[in-house]
Design a protein around this ligand. Sequence first.
Ligand code: ADP
Ligand code: MG
Length: 730
Amino acid sequence: MSSTIASNGKATASTNGTHHRDNSHADLRVDQSFASDVFTERVMQQRLPKEVFKRLQRTIMHGEPLEAGLADVVSAAMKEWALERGATHYTHWFQPLTGLTAEKHDAFFTPDASGGGMSEFTGSALVQGEPDASSFPSGGIRATFEARGYTAWDCTSPVFINRDAGTATLCIPTAFVSWTGEALDHKTPLLRSMEALSEQAVRILRIFGTDSGVTRVIATAGPEQEYFLIDRSHYVEREDLVASDRTLFGAKPPKGQQLEDHYFGSIPTRVLGFMSEVERELYRLGVPVKTRHNEVAPGQFELAPIYETANIACDHQMLTMETLKRVAGRHGMHCIVHEKPFAGINGSGKHLNWSMTTNTGVNLLDPRDDTHTNMQFLVFLVAVIRAVDTYPEVLRMSVASAANDFRLGANEAPPAIMSVFLGDMLSDIIGQLETGNPKSTIKGGKLDLGARTLPQIPRHTGDRNRTSPFAFTGNKFEFRAVGSSGAVAWPATVLNTIVSESIDYVATQLEKELGKNPTEAKMIAGVKKVLQQIVKQHKRVIFDGDGYTKEWHEDAAKRGLPNFRESVAAIQQLGLKKNIELFKKYRVLTKVEVESREHIYLEKYIKQVQIEADTAAIMARTAILPASLRYQTELAEVVAATEAADVDASEVRQQLEEYADLVVKLRNSIKLLEATLEHEGGDVNHHAEHMRDKVRPAMVELRNAADALEIRVPKDLWPLPTYREMLMLK
Ligand code: ADP
Ligand code: MG
């Protein structure tokens, strides 16, 4: 099916990490001619007057402001196209800080007083909307400033038609900001960070003289999505799944049960049917999904797209999660994108593959063949390494959530220590850079930064080290700490920003060192010198070993690498002075925006834990405890009947006594949890810490008590579908 994705020469991509050369293309958007529900470039070209098309192109390509007159012509063409395709409504589609997407539909058709109607969709309706901002999180921004917010068209991400329940809606990807200009969403800072990255990266290209035809550098992203599928009938019977997308109770299934052969195993027919429908829908929406396979855990699967320009990839990632959920329902299943739906079973992540590509199609993290580009590759590589070592706190924070706490560091996902994996060959080269005189590659070839012809740095030397949070994988970095349910726009924004700062630093050093028009010799010496200094300072962040081991945690502490094991502390790092300065300097977020985000993330943590804790308490009180007591009655009746029959009842009596103890434990732990929930709240930091330190441990205790009962209570009395049942999707 993937062969039908027409990349029409605009984007060539490799998802499996094999050879990858981008040809000349200005935009990494995969333009699928068959994807009829996307207002693609091709459609625009067909439907817009030539001059308007050209001007819109310039706006999209070079970020030139959109003129009002232009918007009217574009909106008219868009409306005509959408009506032809059966759309009745349009909406601005945006990503508020809830981590979900938001939309508010307006009809194209406005009834007039005489029983008729007219279609309304003007240029201004296209470029700007005014949703009621008050119901979205703002972290206090609105209280201090303005109550209203507005949405603004991101014309670099294609407009599409969403179909559900028999209706079609034209969706316009937008940014969401307050009237005073503060970002209230994930997209605005992402776009700003892409600008910053482009500006800085182009400076390096200028230094190397490889900037011919380059007007910008584009951040690229390819987010892989892991998810679980369970039977919908089980889902609706579990209040915990319905409320929080994860199970709050559930005894582990018997060990080894179908666990071994699931990974890359053959896909169950029912799931295959689901997957291909998901893919069809996503193609139609312009999302270039490419691979699908079973994952490690039973009932777990993965889907990966071809990478795209970062903001488009982030929009498409949101559509992917929504489509997975929607289509699963049609197949009698429920799709779970939560990071840890089942305790004791591997959770789900979302590897965020990331790189930088010029508008002329050169992947800047692809080691290439001649001296200049090879040096240039090392400069970018070292800049990324420096970025991770300089800003580990905010990088860690970018993947923090109540849900991701169950994965990071739990020996199924990388630890919370931010380190960089390079693989033997690149690590060796970095080691040589440190000596100031890099000569050879490990595989026998020579790496002489001065030679005219250079043995190339072999591609794909990076092995697969699943234990590293941030791995170089041949021609891109793979940020593996990202959780499966989160919006990738924020981690992408953070990456873009910290790398911008780092490239800025390197470029400044190089410019100082090289002066104007350096000779080749001076150039090489200068690059060596600058890289040597950076490597010396930041090599501590490079780690190729097993990130799951205790030794690494000790070693990392000695190296001075921070380890924020859980989310509250990680989130509290966002407002560090260095981070505020970073975001301010690259015009990604103002101080107010940074602080509001920290607040929102903490609030979200509190709410998530609160919902889960309330749900756990209710389920325990109204379902698990009553069922457990019923069985206690049965046991007591057995004891009484046995004694009445004058038979030795000591064994059953002992069983009853032991069992009754477990029920007491359950009752006590319900009370304990309820008591911790009676907290006043107060300051958001204290409240979050209370949820972490008191409520979560109480939930664990309650769960243990309930799970101990689950394996004793007869099947016909137990009120919840069990792990055994839920994970056995066939
Ligand atoms: P793996 O199993 O190694 O993770 P996959 O094929 O599952 O490999 O996923 C690789 C992902 O990396 C794909 O989503 C792909 O589009 C993405 N990718 C490849 N090259 C780049 C790049 N230059 N920039 C961003 N993402 C990329
Ligand atoms: Mg991967």
